[in-house]
Design a protein around this ligand. Sequence first.
Ligand SMILES: Cc1ncc(COP(=O)(O)O)c(C=O)c1O
Length: 410
Amino acid sequence: MTAVMDKMLENGIALAERVRDIKVSFIVRISEDAAARKKAGEDIISLGTGEPDFDTPDFAKAAAKAAIDRGETKYTANSGTAELKTAIVAEYARKGMAIETGNVIASAGAKQVLFNAFMATLDPGDEVIIPAPYWTSYVDIVTICGGVPVVVTTRGDNGFVLSPEQLERAITPRTRWVLINSPSNPSGAAYDGDQMRALLPVLQRRPGVGLMSDEIYEHLVYDDFKFVSALEALPELSGRILVINGVSKAYAMTGWRLGYGIGPKVLISAMSVVQGQATSAPSSISQAAAVGALTGPRDILAERRDDFMRRRDLIVSGLNAIDGIACANPRGAFYVFPDCSGLLGRTTPDGERIGTDMELCQYYLRAAGVAVVPGTVFGAPGHFRISYAYAQSALEKGLDRIAVASAALV
Ligand SMILES: Cc1ncc(COP(=O)(O)O)c(C=O)c1O
């Protein structure tokens, strides 16, 4: 319960059950704590936020400016403009997937696509299988929509990928969706084609279960890993797959709020009904900017990916040089998710025992001025998440400080 919620209750405003259990994200809390320390004059390195440090490409900005000048400042069609849907259809055709504009909805960020989908499909008590480590918002969005998150813990030594056996065990008559995220926030793990196809027999036996696939980090994959969309890997299930995507991460357009969903027409129509009573269409200008992004030069994607990969290599090797930390080399996204269980149980120079990843992250912030996010908030205790979408100098400084603070633990 937040302070704001407490205040509301004091003033006699009752809160709905669906929000009572939603806590302010620890990511927000740690970012606020870091910001307050910075304001107070402390030298803080924040490696907490999942936002690319690049600027929105000029060609996307130019498309937005041109839309303003043409007077495209009115409501658009509720599920998105024909131009944007056509650009998304062309993007998927380029990748070898045949979809139609009726399969597409554009929303105010990928987050709203998720929200629309769960509002449109979950009755109270319906279950959504969420493999951990997971992006924290999944659990909260499902809960707000009246669903029950069913968390399944995946193993680091299995690449944090959901196995068919785990999926089989988690499914009940109330299961409506399994939600996978590849590449993943927070682990950077990604499913290859075989790992995705391994889920097929289980899902074929359970015709009432949909597959939601959050592919927002698809362009950020490294080495020779080949990203595969659920639609591509599991064409047999296309009637019950919803792909979540958007321009926020690949094109550094987080503030424009533009995501999209690709799914069966009847689901897209139902999501459009929800959206129509929530926000109506996303901003007309952001939609034009997204058309500019999706139809613009593509070399920028590879350039930015290569830049992120250099930072990943720096951070993975730096972390693995620290006694007590083991960091897998992620296949994608811009996060690393090291196992810090080797440091737990040790004691700080002030005599405080560090028993959990939460305490370790608080210690890093207090003693080293580095903000990172504990794995517990992603459903995976014993880890922490670093976002490496920061300048190389900040990453180097942050790594040095984590190394010094970790070495001081005995
Ligand atoms: C896995 C994942 N999905 C979706 C989103 C949200 O994207 P958007 O900003 O487009 O709502 C994020 C943002 O952090 C994310 O990490």
